[in-house]
Design a protein around this ligand. Structure first.
Ligand code: ADP
Ligand code: MG
Length: 632
């Protein structure tokens, strides 16, 4: 009967290959409430102005105030309980104050514009999240499944309990399972929050999403990983939206004290005149006007919209910037360093010459089989292309930046770096301590590498450096091809990181582009770390602040230019906000600012600042960033 098979097919088809949490933008509650508030206001104010009886428009105003005010009001009260003062609350109080003295229209307008700017902000955040999620759909997590026929690469969501997977060094575990063979350390930070790598040996339980260290593991899948993959993507998206940029944190700190100052001044402006016999309504009106114009709404909206918009736009063009912090940092870099293999080159090298016998090649391929390194794949591919039998290795260990060693058919086999001949990458095969063969490999330069390096040099006003673990000859050849004259070759992972730290100590802000396990320490040390999405190992993707999803080097100068533009917009916004608030406050204190004018001025500047930031959402912003870097 064909039924069971049909069942499996259905189960596979219905497995969530992509997250199904995508909602339409209009479904956002912020947007709905803002629309309701706006509609009620639009219905109420013509009746109010036309002098219709109060029962026709008063309920509509009530709906407007409630729809636009309940959420910020409640959030503000909650913040107050934690002894922090929120501008949202100031706005709601100001609107209610205006209503209390009969200025329903002004209060309503304040509520509506406030709700609309809140909805705009929510929309911008949602678009960012959608873009990011869309990208992650493009780069699904895959796993290497071991079957009787050999190894096959499958989507992690297609794994089923009972499957055996091979996990190479630096790769993320695709499923919850049990170690069958191999020895390594596994970093469980993402699952348990425990930042220490724990040893993993046969029989140990391991978890999806944790990072494998420098050993290779064979793991039996124990659970269906589908749910987990979705959870991981959701967490990444959240990470992008939830972290606050340094400028934002700074603004929020100032905002707190400032808001308290506004409340104190408002109380004084109300209390003093009343004490000296001024009319109560008159005093309340002035106090409310002051509170509205002095509120730092525009300042609050100055920072995040430009950065979030830039993140969304970069996301649509294949650059995943993980947080607002990262977006802000990118624009500050003034020195660039790039890795060679897999970053400037395509990372799909071919073996061009084998100096030695083919037995050594077969042994080397066996030792390289569990490795994630591009060179390892080339060695394995060459052995298979020659029809050699590749035996299974045991005791595999990787030394990132140097090579691998393993026991094959009772022989101790090491494959590690060697100095090349005429500018080629070369690895030496050592069997039982005796040199057995030298394999020469060459890799092609990535498309657009030369232009990207030149653009990065122009943008930062400094000469980019090539940091590589490869030999000096191969490094010099690639450097010459791509137009770099500052080369550091033969570096181990910690030496790459040390080079970055040295520059940072000297006051530079370093942008590091890399792909490998061996680049991870340097990516972490850099002011901004950029990983190549396709060529990149999971460890590099995890450590980097920015992921170039489609491996287009040209996107890197563009995103740096976009970040600079976002930073300029933040400064511009803070200036606009500061000048508007200052002018209105002085006008109110010195002259006499009518309440409607105060509301219009305050909300006008807030909306202006908000929209100014959203300009970076348009595709034109990305094109401008690209063109800017091309022209220099
Ligand atoms: P890069 O810094 O250019 O990306 P790596 O640091 O990853 O290069 O590698 C540096 C050198 O170490 C390689 O050129 C190679 O000689 C050697 N090496 C690293 N990993 C392996 C491996 N799995 N097999 C053979 N050689 C390796
Ligand atoms: Mg590399």
């Amino acid at each position: 009967m064909a039924l069971p098979e049909l069942d499996t097919a259905q189960a596979t088809a219905s497995a969530p290959a992509r997250p199904v949490t995508r909602t339409r933008a209009t479904a956002l509650p912020e947007v709905r409430w803002a629309a309701l508030a706006a509609l009620a206001f639009l219905a109420a104010f013509p009746l109010d102005l036309a002098g219709a009886p109060a029962w026709t428009w008063a309920p509509l105003y009530a709906v407007c105030y409630a729809a636009g005010g309940w959420e910020p009001g409640l959030a503000g009260l909650r913040a107050l309980r934690e002894r922090s003062l929120d501008v949202d609350l100031l706005m709601v109080v100001a609107a209610l104050g205006a209503a209390a003295i009969g200025q329903y229209l002004d209060g309503g307008l304040l509520i509506v514009i406030f709700a609309v700017s809140g909805a705009l902000e929510a929309l911008a955040t949602r678009r960012t999240a959608d873009s990011v999620r869309g990208l992650l759909d493009l780069a699904p997590a895959t796993a290497v499944r071991l079957t009787a026929a050999g190894e096959e690469v499958v989507e992690a969501t297609a794994l089923r309990p009972g499957d055996t997977v091979l996990v190479r060094p630096g790769e993320r575990l695709p499923a919850d399972g049990t170690v069958l063979s191999g020895a390594s350390d596994v970093d469980r930070t993402s699952v348990t929050g425990e930042p220490l790598p724990a040893p993993a040996a046969p029989g140990d339980e391991v978890f999806a999403g944790t990072l494998n260290g420098s050993g290779a593991l064979r793991v039996r899948v124990d659970k269906d990983p589908a749910d987990f993959v979705v959870a991981r993507i959701a967490a990444l998206v959240e990470e992008a939206g939830a972290t606050k940029a340094p400028t934002q944190l700074f603004v929020e700190k100032i905002e707190q004290r400032y808001s308290v100052g506004v409340v104190v001044a408002t109380l004084a402006l109300f209390g003093l005149p009343v004490a000296f016999g001024t009319d109560l309504t008159e005093a309340l009106l002035r106090a409310m006007t002051f509170m509205i114009v002095a509120s730092p709404c525009a300042v609050v909206l100055a920072t995040m919209p430009p950065l979030l918009s830039a993140i969304a736009t970069a996301g649509r063009h294949g650059v995943l910037v993980k947080s607002a912090v990262a977006m802000e940092r990118l624009g500050a870099v003034d020195r660039v360093a790039l890795d060679k293999t897999g970053t400037l080159t395509e990372g799909t090298p071919r073996v061009t010459a084998v100096r030695g016998d083919t037995t050594a090649l077969a042994l080397a391929a066996a030792a390289e089989l569990p490795s994630e390194h591009p060179l390892a794949r080339a060695v394995v591919a060459e052995a298979r292309a020659r029809g050699l039998c590749v035996p299974e290795a045991t005791d595999f260990a990787a030394e990132p930046g140097r090579g691998v060693r393993a026991v094959v058919d009772g022989h101790d086999v090491r494959v590690h770096r060697a100095s090349g001949t005429h500018g080629d990458t070369a690895v030496e095969v050592v069997v039982d301590g005796a040199p057995a063969a030298v394999l020469e490999l060459s890799d092609r330069l990535r498309e657009g590498a030369t232009e990207a390096v030149a653009a990065l040099g122009r943008l930062t006003g400094s000469t980019p450096t090539l940091l590589t673990g490869d030999n000096a000859g191969a490094a010099a050849r690639i450097a010459a091809e791509v137009g770099i004259d500052d080369v550091r070759a033969g570096l181990l992972p910690h030496e790459k990181a040390e080079a970055v730290r040295e520059w940072e100590r000297a006051g530079a802000k370093v942008l590091l582009v890399g792909d490998g396990v061996n680049d991870a320490p340097a990516l972490a040390a850099a002011h901004a770390g950029v990983a190549m999405g396709r060529a990149g190992s999971d460890l590099a993707l995890d450590t980097a602040d920015v992921v170039v999803v489609r491996d287009e080097l040209g996107a890197i100068p563009a995103v740096v230019a976009l970040s600079r533009r976002a930073r300029r917009l933040v400064v511009q916004n803070l200036l606009i906000a500061g000048v508007c608030i200052g002018a209105l406050v002085v006008w109110d204190l010195v002259g006499h600012l009518p309440l409607p004018l105060g509301v219009a001025g305050h909300e006008g500047s807030t909306v202006l600042v908000g929209l100014n930031g959203l300009r970076l959402l348009r595709d034109a912003a990305w094109r401008r960033a690209e063109n800017g870097t091309a022209r220099g």
